[in-house]
Design a protein. Sequence first.
Length: 364
Amino acid sequence: MTGTPNGPVTETPNGPVTVKSNSPVTGTVRRPLAALVAALGVLAVLCLLSLALGARQIPPGQVLEALSGHARDAGVENIVWSVRVPRTLLGLLAGAALGLSGALMQALTRNPLADPGLLGVSAGAAFAVVLSVALLGIATIAGFIWFAFAGALTASVVVYLLSGLGPGGTTPVKLALAGVAVTFMLSSLTSAIVLIDPESLNRYRFWSAGSLAGQNTQVLLQILPFLAAGTLLALASAPALNSIALGDDIATALGRRVGLVRFQGAVAVTLLTGGAVAVIGPVVFVGLVVPHVARVFARYGGAETDHRWLLPLSMLLAPCLLLAADIAGRMIAPPAEIQAGLIVAFIGGPFFVALVRRRRLAEI
């Protein structure tokens, strides 16, 4: 018996016959792709619900009419386009940025507890933003987004330096503890500033809880270039992340420049987290929860450890979580709203505890 690209060749009384078989490569691709399509479908439904639900509930048919420019009610069209479309787009962009940065950090550190919020990156960006408002009087996204980037980068460097102190070098638990310590320290400094400066307090009150409300499309256009650059850097590093998952020595033997990959990842995380936090505030746990859910989806397709699938899945599932939290916050006690960041924290806290217990992190 011999083989061809179409399958094995067997002998028969009438001559050789090619037996066609399903390519394992094709099957490997189709199943993770199905997971991506499923996640995209869930995201589309949540986007429609985000446009329809709120203090005034709008039937889906009227939402589609407003989006197409054929709304029969001018009030409905104004609500959809002026309030809910920017809010939904912000949930999409910020959610994708936080989910992607969380998956990237977990891959680079090989630490399942890594998260921009838990490792102090979000707190660093928040502290820098509040500092720019209090000391320099900056009040626009375009002005303080650079401070958000600088704060995120500085906090991440400090966390890594602290986690490397002592015997054994950096470990997952030491990294998490250093991140918690830096987060609490920066949060305390941030609270001190906003209590002293009333203007900073007024802007910080709702922003610190993590909300998608109150922004417009102009803000989205301002952060879009940074999020796009961070996304391209993160997705481009996916093949190298698969090698790093095997260990630094093996990745180096495979021709990967581990230091360069980590630097590229740090820049991507800074751009993604800094841009998202500057607009919606320091939302925690999105980057922690979503990559683990993405692995469940990827496991269905046999691609649980393949970051070429995990990163796009995290980009789709994170906005699902953020939009679902935002929708729940609108519906729990209307017409008042509960910020999406509070809902996510309510979900992420128990998840974090369960994750730590499941992995039996004895170093604590």
